[in-house]
Design a protein around this ligand. Structure first.
Ligand code: ZN
Length: 277
């Protein structure tokens, strides 16, 4: 690797949830001052903001939005809730279009009161119900498989194979996959399924962080790349070999890091990104 490549931040995007204590305004300004041009916006960061102002803020700072996080949560035993989910997802798609986000990332959902296969059926129905609207607004939908520990109530899609299979079943170029190393690193078919995802042309997004040992909280103690046991560089290699050219999105939920000075944390993110991903 050449020295000029080592400092390359052009493929780095930071999720707003990673620096949760910052408002969207602060995050955009701080990221852009550090030479980071990618941002992945969580819907909570948009609360109370006028979408037109968000677009101006992004444009003025030369930021590209990698994605809007997140939609989904389709399955339910209640029909009313399923309909509400579609309404809310349409709102997310609208917001994505307004802020120039090319896709909405889907945490697909699961319903503890019904079998996983039924939840997966409802996820597929939900995505298919949204598709015409998403296409009209030119916003893609990225299925994010979640670690099996979340199969009870957050996602019935827990492997890249299941996500790829759903893409094949839906068969629409607007539906693809977000690969998150935290959720998928343990899977012995990961490399093969990443290749398959690339061949299907459905590899839409790539999320990075690390799995700490011991971890004090399975949701809110994610580590910086290099702090844990995930071979981030290796997986990035597979993703790039599969043809992915998009952002490497740093997505870290961490009570520990949210408590620290966020300027110092951003320095650590950049260092970890350059050295360990
Ligand atoms: Zn993710």
């Amino acid at each position: 690797m050449q020295v000029s490549e080592i400092k390359d931040l052009s493929k780095l995007s930071v999720h707003t949830i990673t620096t949760k204590p910052w408002s969207l305004n602060e995050a955009v300004n701080k990221f852009s001052k550090k030479g980071i041009s990618g941002i992945t916006i969580w819907r909570d960061a948009l609360e109370g903001m006028v979408m037109h102002d968000v677009q101006s803020l992004l444009d003025d700072n030369g930021m590209s939005v990698a994605a809007l996080c997140r939609g989904g949560f389709f399955p339910s035993v209640s029909n009313t809730k399923k309909i509400e989910a579609i309404v809310d997802n349409k709102k997310a798609i609208e917001e994505a279009a307004q802020i120039g986000a090319p896709m909405v990332v889907l945490v697909c959902g699961a319903e503890p009161g019904q079998p996983l296969e039924e939840s997966r059926k409802q996820i597929q129905n939900g995505i298919e119900a949204l598709l015409p609207f998403a296409k009209e607004l030119n916003v893609k939908l990225a299925i994010e498989p979640l670690h099996p520990m979340y199969a009870d109530n957050r996602s019935a899609i827990n492997t890249l194979k299941q996500a790829n299979d759903m893409c094949v079943a839906i068969e629409d170029p607007f539906v693809g996959v977000a690969v998150d190393v935290y959720h998928l690193w343990w899977d012995d078919t990961l490399q093969k399924e990443i290749e398959r995802c690339g061949e299907l042309n459905r590899l839409f997004a790539f999320h990075i962080c690390d799995w700490k040992t011991p971890t004090s909280d399975l949701l809110l103690d994610r580590g910086l790349m290099g702090e844990g046991c995930i071979p981030v560089k290796k997986i990035r290699g597979w993703v790039e070999a599969a043809g992915f050219t998009g952002f490497n999105e740093v997505e870290i939920f961490s009570n520990k890091y949210w408590e620290m000075d966020q300027d110092q944390f951003l320095e650590k993110i950049i260092e970890a990104y350059l050295n360990n991903s």
